[in-house]
Design a protein around this ligand. Structure first.
Ligand code: FAD
Length: 518
């Protein structure tokens, strides 16, 4: 071979221009690496999902006539990192050209850019970086559209994206005359709605060979896994999941986007798509997802209202691309921001789900079981708790980066540190997403089965979120009472009797000091 092309685990894009023609002089390398299993403690389903999808991708490339080296941990165990493996392979195959697709994670981009491929050889080896051809905003445009350290607004970005890509537009006006149909969405699930929720479409790929390898190489992980993985590991499976979503879930996607239920044995993903893993590994392209969903809406406007399709498009054309812009315009500083100076340890029950708070118990248990929670569970259950309790954002990040099947730093970090923890001081969110037990009660049926009382704010049986909420608002009064979006909250609080406020804050202090006992 003369050219070695590296494919990372989240670069499984069969439509990349690399693969438009076969070249026997070019070898593609897909490698399981201890470096990637160890930069954070991962959910076991996440490691299995990536390794199985990489294996399938290698097989598909081979079948299409490409030269492929698929290396498992058995073959790469002795290489301390990615550069040392590449150096070895370049030597072994007398490579003259090393090529890679630009990694989406800062950590890997630095590693590959810093790596001098021909340092230890006598001959010159050229190095070339390619685009991943995945995102809708070209990498080079990010710096123009996102200013480092500056709060931007997703809504402004999203409207421009709609115009630029001509998505849900009627000439120069938004489809239906409005850009945003949020007001029509966000319903709570009633008991009668529960029966109508479609069962999630799941797959069944054997996990045994990967699990044996993880054991053999002493890879640390957490979470549950069975003999079969439920997540899509091929492009075909990903497309099936997308089709299933468009037919069965899209008609109510927006309506129940923020709803949560404890009744989650067969209904753990509600009307959500669960395509984040397929998107983030690049088995699916965002435009392909948007086009498919819009086609479903156009073909069946009676079943799928404009509010549903607009809500879905906003997540992918808007949020996903926006979050990536925030990441690249602010790294590496972003990963150590701690605007609210939060420093408490993450409670131990985040790793077990063993807490008496029903909402936390359900969201965490489900995450351990499926390596999945939907957006509002991540933002308003686990994220909200960490925000109110003042948990060190480094620990919060590590947990989110490890536990979810779709967690890759470029998308995890601005969502966790920014949107949910306000540790970036408002670059992603215009106010902290803080809520009391009242919010959880409004949007879910979690509170019904809880030992704590959501109506109480003080005393031992009071829902911890209620007092923690006021404790948070008091602690950050200086900052938040200036913000027009939070200033009003203080009006009601300040009118309360001093003794009542003190009793609530006393309960909060106990909670903050006894997080592990909640
Ligand atoms: P759906 O609800 O069906 O939405 C469709 C798609 O829209 C998702 O697959 C995703 O690609 C995109 N999307 C929706 N919201 C966002 C968002 N805020 N940012 C980026 N893309 C979005 N998403 C990840 O992909 N990886 C992460 O590591 C991740 N960490 C998160 C951490 C926190 C604290 C929060 C609040 C959100 C996080 N998200 C993350 C965003 C979002 O919660 C997930 O994308 C979504 O829950 C995935 O499930 P789904 O595919 O069923 O999504």
């Amino acid at each position: 071979y003369s050219t070695l092309r590296l494919i990372l685990g989240d670069q499984l894009n069969a439509r990349h221009s690399w693969f438009s023609k076969q070249d026997d002089e070019c070898v593609y390398v897909i490698a399981e690496l201890l470096q990637e299993t160890g930069y954070v403690k991962h959910h076991v389903q996440k490691i299995c999902g990536f390794f199985l999808a990489m294996e399938q991708f290698a097989m598909a490339l081979q079948k299409a006539g490409h030269q492929v080296l698929h290396l498992t941990l058995d073959e790469t165990r002795d290489f301390k990192d990615l550069p040392s493996l590449i150096t070895h392979l370049c030597q072994q195959y007398s490579i003259i050209c090393f090529e890679y697709q630009r990694p989406d994670e800062y950590r890997l981009l630095e590693q590959l850019r810093d790596f001098e491929v021909d340092k230890s050889f006598k001959k010159t080896i050229s190095k070339k970086e390619w685009d991943t051809e995945h995102f809708l905003v070209p990498f080079d445009e990010l710096a123009k559209r996102f200013k480092p350290g500056k709060p931007g607004r997703m809504e402004t970005f999203y409207r421009k994206m709609r115009q630029q890509h001509n998505v849900l537009m009627c000439d120069d006006q938004p489809e239906g005359g409005q850009w945003n149909y949020d007001a029509e969405n966000r319903a709570k699930l009633k008991a009668a709605d529960l029966e109508k929720i479609p069962e999630p479409l799941v797959f069944a790929s054997s996990t045994s060979s990967v699990l044996e390898r993880l054991k053999r190489h002493n890879v640390q992980s957490f979470g549950e896994i069975g003999t079969h993985l439920l997540w899509p590991i091929t492009r075909q499976q990903s497309l099936k999941l997308l089709n299933y979503f468009c037919t069965h879930c899209l008609p109510r996607f927006g309506q129940f986007q923020d709803a949560m239920t404890a009744n989650s044995d067969h209904q753990w993903s509600l009307y959500h798509s669960r395509i984040s893993f397929a998107l983030n590994t690049k088995m699916l392209h965002p435009k392909q997802v948007i086009d498919k969903a819009i086609k479903a809406w156009q073909e069946n406007p009676d079943a799928i209202s404009l509010a549903q399709i607009e809500g879905f498009v906003r997540q992918i054309l808007g949020w996903r691309e926006y979050i990536r812009g925030v990441y690249w315009s602010n790294m590496p500083d972003y990963e150590s921001l701690n605007f609210l100076k939060a420093e408490k340890d993450l409670p131990e029950w985040f790793w077990t789900g063993q807490t008496q708070m029903s909402c936390m118990h359900h969201a965490i248990t489900q995450s351990l079981q499926y390596a999945y929670a939907h957006h509002i569970q991540r933002l308003m259950i686990t994220g909200n708790f960490c925000l109110l309790a003042g948990i060190d954002p480094d620990q919060v990040d590590q947990w989110y980066l490890g536990i979810y099947i779709d967690a890759i730093q470029w998308v995890e970090l601005p969502n966790t540190r920014g949107m949910s923890q306000y540790a970036d001081g408002g670059m992603v969110a215009s106010k902290p997403y803080a809520g009391s037990g009242n919010y959880v009660h409004k949007m879910s049926d979690y509170c019904g089965g809880c030992v704590y009382n959501v109506k109480e704010k003080e005393g031992e049986s009071a829902c911890p979120l209620n007092s923690l909420y006021w404790h948070f608002m008091e602690k950050h009064r200086e900052l938040l009472h200036k913000n027009p979006r939070t200033a009003l909250v203080y009006k009601g609080w300040d009118k309360k009797m001093l003794a009542d406020r003190n009793a609530i804050l006393k309960r909060a202090k106990w909670c903050v000091n006894n997080l592990n006992s909640l």
